[in-house]
Design a protein around this ligand. Structure first.
Ligand code: FAD
Length: 487
């Protein structure tokens, strides 16, 4: 936790309130024993452990509304929580938190799939992977895809405006939404659950709540956009010359694939080795030993016709050209589902492997795409100047200009010692990304971890606008207090 704690409401959960909450959500909807609360007050990385009077698990929007209204009347703070996979501590209460954690996990129904209209209406507690599978059963595609998809929930995805590995083609989570239903800080329900592609009736309110990390209201339902299901997919694993080559390959891939690039993920050798060390069953797709790799996927909703050129043939030809140009040094194309899954598993397991590796630092930054190679060079130099034995393992969604600029601590160094270097390293990385016109948080949000960084790097005007919105929608500061903004 940052050393200086922001002001958060400390109204306690009285016995009467507990009874009132139990009456709303039922016995199974209230957890107030220490053991039961533990997973809800601990963040995914196991680094932050907060406090809570109780965990409340409503089963409907009406119950959420009643719970929030009750908390509002008593000035009790609420931390909304989905799958608790966020990496910035946004879903973790501060240790001084005396209010509730409101978990959306019981609100997990798919309410409607409109295959003809390419839309799906869902409750906020649906697990992302379940929604992908539901869309697929209707021959449709929900493109939001990230390593935590087996446990993160759509309400959390929208509240963090999650990115992932398909942003290049389909955009961030906020681009996948047609409508929202939100419970406001006073318990009122805003029904914006409209499936309209066009709606220019004043301010677009749904965008206020997406990316707000639960500080403005609780997302209870959403109408999501769907796309045609991919029918012809080809995944390849490339050893490449350097990050600049990755940009050149991507730039040419758009036209060569007929605008069918689905994903383009940059990985360093050290990130791959870390995964192979810690994640059982993963296999190195290539025997190459170069510092940089690219996971490239092309996909089309048009099924491959016999005798015509499909994605695999197109990608093979493209890679031959890239090999000639000296950008690709070696390549493996997945010819089976297992080979493709293995490639994706390596990419998706980096966060899990880093947790197993031990103490480390990670910066989720973005910059204009063409500036990525320069940022990597200068950023590595700046960090290694501060701590020469730190072990970098950069990777990223390179087509989005998004790097996870990550480091394992020096061998044998404990978390406490690494923390002594972390402020200097954080300042060096964030100063550099800002000087290059980039962002200190590309897709993971602010939460608790970047609370002070946001105040440092956003302008007074921007912070004033954000505070004005927060105070207007949540004057008592009960919605996820002490996250995103210091008031
Ligand atoms: P939580 O962690 O429960 O909550 C996140 C924030 O949203 C908190 O501030 C919480 O208060 C708020 N919140 C949750 N639900 C609601 C709601 N219904 N209404 C209002 N506020 C709410 N992120 C990416 O963007 N791209 C990636 O590629 C990516 N890969 C990941 C890989 C791994 C292995 C892991 C562990 C995480 C990864 N993440 C990634 C981060 C994380 O998975 C995403 O931020 C995800 O969107 C969080 O969803 P969640 O349901 O777990 O939310």
């Amino acid at each position: 936790f940052p050393s200086s704690r922001p002001t958060i409401p400390t109204a306690p959960l009285t016995a009467r309130m507990r009874d009132a909450l139990r009456a709303i959500v039922g016995e199974k909807g209230l957890i107030d024993d220490e053991h039961g609360k533990q997973p809800y007050v601990t963040d995914w990385r196991g680094l932050l452990v907060g406090g809570a009077g109780a965990v409340v698990r409503p089963g409907s929007t009406e119950e959420v509304s009643k719970v929030v209204r009750l908390c509002h009347e008593h000035g009790v703070a609420i931390v909304p929580q989905g799958g608790n996979t966020g990496l910035m501590g946004g879903a973790t209460p501060w240790p001084a938190h005396t209010g509730i954690v409101l978990s959306l996990g019981r609100m997990n129904r798919v309410l409607d799939v409109d295959a003809v209209g390419y839309a799906m209406t869902v409750e906020a507690g649906c697990v992302l992977q379940t929604l992908q599978e539901t869309a697929s059963r209707h021959d449709r595609f929900l493109p939001l895809s990230l390593g935590a998809q087996g446990s993160c929930m759509i309400g959390g995805n929208l509240s963090t405006n999650a990115g992932g590995v398909q942003v290049l083609r389909y955009g961030n989570a906020r681009n996948l939404v047609l409508g929202l239903e939100v419970v406001l800080a006073n318990g009122d329900v805003w029904d914006g659950l409209r499936a309209l592609k066009k709606d220019n009736t004043g301010y677009d309110l749904k965008h206020l709540f997406m990316g707000a990390e639960g500080t403005l209201g609780i997302i209870t339902k959403a109408v999501l956009k769907l796309w045609p299901a991919p029918k012809d997919v080809c995944t390849a694993w490339l050893a490449i010359r350097d990050p600049r080559a990755a940009l050149e390959i991507l730039s040419e891939a758009h036209a060569a694939s007929g605008d069918n690039v689905g994903s383009c993920e940059l990985m360093s050798r050290s990130a791959i080795d870390m995964v192979l060390r810690h994640i059982p069953g993963t296999q190195d797709p290539l025997k190459a030993d170069t510092p940089w790799y690219l996971l490239l996927e092309w996909s089309s909703s048009r099924a491959r016709q016999d005798g015509t050129e499909g994605m695999t043939e197109k990608l093979e030809q493209f890679l031959a050209d890239q090999f000639e140009a000296g950008r690709v040094l070696d390549a493996a194309i997945a010819h089976t589902g297992n080979q493709s899954r293995n490639m994706w598993r390596i990419r998706d397991s980096v966060a899990e492997a880093s947790r197993a590796e031990g103490p480390g630092l990670s910066y989720d930054v973005s910059v204009a795409i063409s500036r990525i190679p320069g940022f990597i060079d200068q950023g590595l130099k700046a960090v290694l100047d501060i701590l020469p034995t730190i072990r970098p393992y950069p990777l990223g969604h390179i087509g989005d200009g998004n790097l996870h600029f990550s480091f394992m601590g020096p061998k044998g160094m404990d978390q406490q010692t690494l923390t002594q270097y972390s402020s200097a390293i954080t300042r060096a990385v964030n100063d550099l990304i800002t000087s290059m016109g980039g962002s200190i948080s590309a897709e993971h949000g602010i939460g608790i971890d970047k609370l002070d960084e946001l105040s440092h790097y956003r302008s007074k005007t921007e912070l004033d606008i954000m505070r004005t919105i927060k105070r207007a929608l949540d004057p008592q500061n009960i919605m996820n207090p002490g996250k995103v903004l210091r008031l």
